[in-house]
Write a protein that binds this ligand. Structure first.
Ligand code: ATP
Length: 263
């Protein structure tokens, strides 16, 4: 579905992504981990078109995302959820307005009743009460705001969600609820995720495959179980050494296939 080949990105002459290759298949959950500054967000922003790489190919179902018409069409298919939900929502808008703006953009021809019905369905699918529609971001917790952002990202019925540190602003107990929610959404909507985090425990609990990035270079990529239990690269080992307690692979191991990422 998404294929990245030999991607390079420089900022002011400094290379921050170097010869990046990976792919995400239909319905796959791929984790991207690395320390702060390793290039995770830059890669995410290239995938969704917020940054332009200097070189490399990004293919969406075989078509180049460098092509403007393909990129335009992909805006529906590829959605992003950011780290800070409060900054992602307009503080002067109710939840309803935030969702409606997105619906007008992607489903402008539908009736008001259809929009209303869709909004209620979206809130239910992110486990928010329907009366949240009338609330402003400051009346919601950070976790509830992130659920609103997630609901908004689902408006165009995307095929790929790019989740950039989307749990980092949340308490650990809320993170666990969000991971459960992301699993449920994945099962019911058959989406793929590019799940970005510096927290290997969180990635291990959700992802089927994991890519490790260090200073803009992918140093290792494998299915989650193999990567956690048999890391090959010293950088991966150092990340694991900093994470003494890893969760059981309740999801990744059930879904596991002994396939390596195509590098
Ligand atoms: N707009 C920009 N202009 C110049 N340099 C940038 C810009 N955005 C990112 N960088 C640099 O690119 C490198 C990669 O940054 P990036 O934000 O992609 O890393 P990251 O792995 O997502 O880090 P974090 O986990 O802290 O968000 C860093 O050295 C950063 O300083």
């Amino acid at each position: 579905m998404l294929e990245i080949q030999a991607l390079h990105k420089d900022y002011q002459g400094k290379r921050v992504l170097d010869s990046i290759h990976f792919s995400i298949g239909d319905g796959e959950i791929v984790g991207l981990i690395g320390m702060s500054g390793s290039g995770k967000s830059t890669l995410a922003r290239c995938v969704v078109g917020l940054e332009k790489p200097q070189a490399g190919k990004m293919l969406w179902n075989g078509q180049s995302l460098n092509d403007k018409s393909v990129r335009r069409k992909s805006r529906r298919d590829i959605q992003m959820v950011f780290q800070d939900p409060r900054n992602s929502l307009n503080p002067a808008w109710t939840v309803k307005r935030s969702l409606l703006e997105s619906m007008r953009q992607f489903h402008g021809t539908r009736s008001a009743a259809a929009h209303e019905h869709m909004m209620e369905g979206l809130l239910t699918s992110v486990r928010l009460p329907v009366d949240s529609l009338h609330r402003y971001p400051h009346e919601l917790s950070t976790g509830q705001c992130q659920r609103v952002c997630l609901a908004r990202s689902l408006v165009p019925e995307p095929k790929l969600l790019v989740l950039d540190e989307c749990l980092s602003a949340l308490d650990v107990s809320i993170q666990a609820q969000m991971i459960t929610l992301l699993r449920d959404l994945h099962q019911h909507r058959q989406m793929s995720y590019l799940f970005i985090s510096h927290d290997i425990a969180v990635v291990a609990s959700l992802c089927q495959k994991i890519i490790v990035i260090q200073q803009g270079v992918i140093v290792e990529a494998a299915d989650a179980h193999t990567l956690i239990h048999n890391p090959r690269h010293p950088y991966t080992r150092s990340l694991l050494a900093d994470t003494p307690t890893l969760p059981e692979f309740t999801y990744a191991s059930e879904e596991r296939e002994e396939r390596s990422l195509v590098l």
